[in-house]
Design a protein around this ligand. Structure first.
Ligand SMILES: Nc1ncnc2c1ncn2[C@@H]1O[C@H](COP(=O)(O)OP(=O)(O)OP(=O)(O)O)[C@@H](O)[C@H]1O
Length: 558
């Protein structure tokens, strides 16, 4: 790959013109160069869904995600094997083959097939029927090992790539648990950082419980207050899916009773255990008073600091890592593209749209303002484009997600709000218009493509100003088997201090615009005047009113 190839199709990159810029990416040292070969084929053991051979036939047309749902049956890896393991050697070989690393005491054996759940773990046959109905024929590696661990009620820290089936991994054992228990309100809680993700988990759960008396509740403002008014309603639900702030609000208002909860799952656990949510997670843990509480943490990224913290709230946990820890999914073709200055990105994006553009496509930017700016630039390009962020109403957010899923929208501009967990199966391309603020952000953002074994492509633009942070992403690319030029491998790693700084506050960037600078200044001034008067009005209104939607609060910045 030529690193200084300009911005996708059409445009040319003049290396002489940018000679000065190139010198910005000076190597840290010249020794120990290591070139990584292009991975042409995903190793069989990492080909969770068994369709990697089809990657090269990546189609150009928009494929509505709805056409892809329920098609998981096409991704069967190998002949189903229901035979129990003969000995530990066979178990070790099986784990190695599926690139599952597991550590802890008395680790339960993995399952080789969903049928083994019924045969060896007394799962109710309806689970198997519903799995088949929705096209899940064979467990993915994370499901093979995580489900038996959770059935044995062991605490669990699970790290597996984006799109590898973690949701089903935690839902299966919850179903088994609550179905065999007496009904007495919530007995399992799944917490996820955004409403979009909580809704998706809830929909998944509803599919799996089709035709059964197991009832799941997606906690919204309305459902919480209904249960507050009618305590009998609380007994109706077995499983709760929620965001942290919504749940904490319900706990504080006596709208949710978690005393019978025996399973707590933190999805996107590293995000939930980050500063923004930590207090809420603490409060949720304190409300789960059952002595037999089992805690599971799931994420595609699990920094060691999070693991250390997690261990303080867990009992003798088992840890699973599938593939390479904290790496991106290997079925994603990752590219870094130098844009020179900020303005170069818009030119590049336009060229890409005009050239060989493969929708559906997600474009990530670093702030709500920039999302709006980019939308205004692209809305006249003749493509079906929308923008989603936390300032849009819940109805708008739901409608946009639904339209993107159905293929009606080709391009979705988004903030970090959509970076984690959201499962749009048909996304062909993720564009990091703004350079991600951390390796975790990069892994989750690009993980919106290349899901369930499908191929995907990710393009990350960077400018001169992003140069000090380039190596962060180069490291992830290398870890996930991408081709990286030797000179890039010898770039300087950003210091811990620099990484912390950028994670907190993104780089200041010129506005995304083709409008002349003078007009932009005037517009900015007008915006400030409007914002000031809005704040004033809000302050006056807040004096009369209690605070609004608690879930919206945390995501206000994205
Ligand atoms: N056993 C299976 N067979 C076929 N498809 C599956 C299986 N398990 C899950 N899937 C599908 O794989 C896709 C990705 O699953 P899921 O959303 O759970 O990924 P994830 O690992 O949680 O990703 P992320 O880290 O981005 O949240 C979903 O569309 C899901 O329906």
């Amino acid at each position: 790959m030529d690193f200084f190839k300009i911005l996708g199709a059409g445009a040319k990159f003049d290396k002489n013109k940018f000679n000065e810029d190139i010198s910005l990416f000076k190597p840290e040292r010249r020794a120990n160069h290591q070139s990584v070969d292009v991975v042409d084929a995903v190793p069989k053991e990492l080909d969770f869904f068994g369709d990697h051979s089809r990657q090269k036939q990546n189609k150009a047309e928009v494929v509505p995600a709805s056409q892809l749902s329920g098609s998981a049956s096409r991704f069967v890896v190998e002949e189903a094997d229901h035979a129990p393991f003969k000995d530990e050697t066979e178990v070790a070989a099986y784990l190695k083959r599926h690139r599952i690393k597991v550590s802890g005491t008395d680790v339960p054996h993995p399952i080789k097939s969903f049928e083994m759940l019924c045969k060896e773990h007394a799962f109710q046959p309806f689970v198997l029927r519903n799995l088949k109905k929705f096209g899940f024929k064979q467990p993915t590696p994370i499901q093979m090992q995580a489900v038996p661990i959770a059935i044995h009620r062991r605490d669990l820290i699970a790290n597996a790539p984006t799109g590898s089936g973690k949701t089903l991994a935690f839902l299966l054992s919850i179903l088994h648990q609550v179905h065999s228990e007496e009904k007495k309100g919530y007995r399992a809680v799944v917490v996820s950082p955004t409403r979009e993700l909580a809704t998706q988990i809830y929909d998944h759960l509803r599919n799996l419980t089709t035709g059964r008396r197991v009832k799941a509740c997606l906690m919204t403002k309305a459902s919480a207050s209904m249960q507050a008014q009618d305590p009998a309603m609380r007994q109706k639900y077995d499983i709760l899916v929620t965001t942290p702030l919504r749940l904490v609000n319900a706990i504080q208002n006596n709208e949710a009773d978690l005393t019978h909860v025996r399973t707590l799952v933190l999805d996107e656990a590293d995000s939930l255990m980050d500063k923004g949510f930590l207090e809420q997670v603490d409060e949720i843990l304190a409300a789960c008073t059952s002595p037999s509480l089992q805690i599971s943490l799931f994420s595609a990224t699990m920094p060691s600091s999070v693991e250390q913290m997690a261990k303080t709230i867990m009992k003798d946990p088992i840890r699973i890592i599938v593939g390479t820890q904290n790496a991106a999914t290997e079925s994603i073709d990752q590219q870094l593209v130098f844009a020179g200055q900020e303005e170069g990105k818009l030119i590049g994006l336009r060229n890409m749209i005009a050239g060989g553009f493969k929708p559906p496509c997600l474009i990530f930017v670093q702030s709500i303002d920039r999302a709006k700016e980019l939308f205004h630039e692209l809305v006249f390009e003749g493509i079906n484009v929308e923008v989603i962020h936390s300032e849009r109403t819940q109805t708008q957010r739901n409608r946009i997600v639904q339209k993107f899923r159905s293929g009606e929208l080709w391009v979705l501009i988004c903030t970090e709000l959509m970076a984690r967990g959201i499962d749009f199966k048909g996304v062909n391309l993720v564009v990091n218009y703004d350079f991600p603020q951390s390796a975790q952000s990069y892994i989750h953002r690009i993980g919106r493509t290349g899901r369930a074994g499908r191929p995907g492509k990710a393009i990350t633009y960077f400018t001169k100003d992003d140069a000090p942070h380039l190596k962060t992403i180069v490291n992830v690319m290398r870890q996930s088997g991408c081709e990286v030029p030797e000179w890039m491998l010898s770039l300087k790693n950003p210091t811990k201090k620099d990484r912390k700084k950028i994670k907190k506050v993104p780089l200041e960037r010129n506005a995304i615009s083709t409008v002349p600078k003078y007009d932009l200044k005037r517009q900015k001034h007008m915006k400030q005047v409007i914002a000031q008067s809005k704040t004033k009005k809000q302050r006056l209104a807040a004096a009369d009113k209690p605070s609004g939607d608690p879930t919206a609060g945390h995501t206000a910045a994205i």
